[in-house]
Design a protein around this ligand. Structure first.
Ligand code: XMP
Length: 525
């Protein structure tokens, strides 16, 4: 196991992710972790980056005992400065703060210690790295040599001449350092000799054990599910960990896809054995949405009403829990937060404008005095999918396109009515089933039918029809931050458009929307 000590960089989790990618176990702990309190001995230690300056009076520092463990240490960015600082060396605030790409050059040296070369083995003479730091080293600490530099940082890589201590100013864990994973592998596998035996199966077992320890023998957990990948995987993990002491709640808000509540109910209860409570609140939501056309207002109504519905159900279940002597109170709230959500909510604190307020259930636990449990918090989407597969969740669900919390309400431009919802549901079902039949579902990141505002004229038989306008949208994207419209075969598209026009009552026209993001967004509102 590699111990990753976290100094608070937004990239720290990427270090653990890279380690998982090369099948190495790691444990991430706060930078102030007392080594004496560890029940295991790490094979090596990585000190992460962080937002501080080592000379700030409140700067965090590692337990000096890490240097007595006699294991290899790699300091990244702040971690490098921390190593230098603990070895009595000056760090100065860089005149030029350095952010972005830089070309790293390995430094030839005449050291007698072969270990100093191990870190950059197989990486070539110079390669691209990603820098993000303010402070930089102004002088080498005693007994250290320079192993790499960039135009701006003369000590971009340093190594101790006797001990296996390394410091690098750049971030090997981000994809902008294309060879970073090799460097991390050099450190973890070659230098630390950590075994490459991490598996998803073992990770799941460990998470289950962690949940059991956290919740205790009697504790009960409640969580919302949507039918999407994240909440389903989190729910299944809970089910495996604590069985029927986990209660899943699905709120039908009336703007789900056609037949969805029923389908989710079937998959979760019959397929996965999860105890699911469906709250049919569609009338309540549609009533509140009546006549509302502002997208942010729609989001607020749906978000708040969701919280109300969930809370009512939770109170009911909590009252029922009083009567089950074999179990304790409902004290925990499960949330399927992923690591990218964590970063997003951090970066959203700044002035970087919130483009859309994404619907989530953030305020709920505090309001209900529940403790938050987030078992997917360290994982990325692809890892959640791998975990889902490992937990026996059906392939189609694991690879399902994302569906927004406010549902069809933000795919219907303008005011939402039950008729419009019905039309979008039917059009969407045809579009998606044709995409599946053509074998294209997996190549598309997200596809759906939406409705434009207003009506258009069409003709059915000899009758003039004043009907709705459906817009179809399908996009390719890897991170949903930018997206490209998907290119279908023209004849195929015409056939699907005709099917929707003929089969969905009330539709006068169907258009295929080809905007990319930016300037458009993926959803219509
Ligand atoms: P946009 O439309 O912002 O969508 O390009 C990017 C991704 O986010 C989803 N999305 C939402 N998800 N609540 C959600 O839970 C929302 O309010 C919301 N708005 C957009 C969208 O489906 C896409 O996957």
């Amino acid at each position: 196991t590699i111990l990753v000590l976290d100094f608070g960089s937004q990239y720290t989790h990427l270090i653990t992710r890279r380690l998982r990618e090369i099948n190495v176990y790691s444990e991430m702990l706060p930078c102030t972790q007392k080594i004496a309190e560890l029940s295991w001995k790490p094979k090596g230690i990585i000190l992460s980056g962080g937002p501080y300056s080592v000379y700030a009076p409140d700067a965090p520092h590692v337990d000096p005992a890490v240097f007595d463990l006699d294991v290899p240490i790699l300091g990244i960015c702040y971690g490098l400065q921390e190593i230098a600082w603990t070895h009595g060396q000056n760090v100065s605030a860089g005149e030029k703060r350095e952010y972005g790409r830089a070309q790293l050059q390995l430094e030839p040296h005449t050291s007698m210690s072969p270990h100093v070369d191990e870190l950059f083995k197989g990486l070539g003479q110079d390669f691209e790295v990603w820098m993000s730091h303010g402070d930089k080293l102004s002088k080498l600490p005693e007994q250290f040599v320079t192993i790499a530099k960039t135009a701006n940082a003369p000590f971009a890589g340093i190594a101790h001449t006797e001990k296996q201590y390394y410091g690098i100013q750049f971030h090997p864990e981000v994809t902008h350092t294309p060879k970073g994973t090799i460097l991390i592998k050099n450190f973890a596998v070659n230098i630390c000799k950590a075994g490459a035996n991490w598996t998803m199966e073992a990770f799941v077992d460990k998470e289950i054990a962690r949940i059991r320890a956290l919740v205790g023998e009697k504790g009960q957990v409640i969580g919302a599910v949507s039918g999407g990948v994240d909440s389903t995987v989190a729910a299944k993990l809970m089910k495996e960990a604590i069985g029927d002491r986990f209660h899943a709640v699905l709120v039908d808000n009336g703007v789900l896809r056609g037949g969805e509540a029923k389908q989710v109910h079937q998959t979760l209860t019959e397929g996965l054995g999860i105890q699911l409570h469906v709250v049919d609140a569609s009338q309540r939501f549609l009533g509140l949405l009546d006549g509302v056309s502002d997208p942010e207002k729609k989001r607020k109504i749906i978000g708040n009403t969701f919280i109300d519905c969930f809370q009512e159900k939770a109170n009911e279940l909590t009252a029922a829990a009083h009567n089950t002597p074999q179990a304790g109170e409902i004290e925990w709230f499960l949330q399927g937060t992923l690591y990218p959500d964590v970063i997003e909510s951090i970066s959203f604190k700044g002035p970087s404008a919130t483009i859309k307020t994404h619907h989530n259930v953030g305020g709920l636990p505090e309001k209900m005095h529940l403790k938050l449990i987030e078992p997917l918090r360290e994982l990325f989407k692809d890892e959640v999918r791998a975990m889902g597969t490992n937990l026996g969740i059906p392939h189609d669900l694991v690879w399902r396109h994302p569906f927004p919390g406010p549902g069809l309400a933000i795919r219907i431009i303008g005011a939402v009515t039950p008729e419009k919802v019905r039309i979008v549901q039917e059009a969407d079902a045809i579009f998606i089933s044709e995409i599946r039949a053509a074998g294209l579902y997996g190549q598309i990141a997200q596809a759906f039918a939406a409705m434009m505002e207003g009506k258009a004229v069409g003709v059915v038989g000899d009758q003039r029809l004043h009907g709705y306008i459906i817009a179809l949208r399908a996009v390719s994207t890897s991170d949903f931050m930018t997206a490209d419209s998907f290119v279908f075969d023209g004849e195929w598209l015409k056939r699907v458009v005709n099917r929707i026009g003929n089969e969905v009552q009330g539709v006068a026209r169907v258009v295929y929307e080809v905007s990319s993001k930016p300037p458009a967004t993926i959803e219509f509102e």
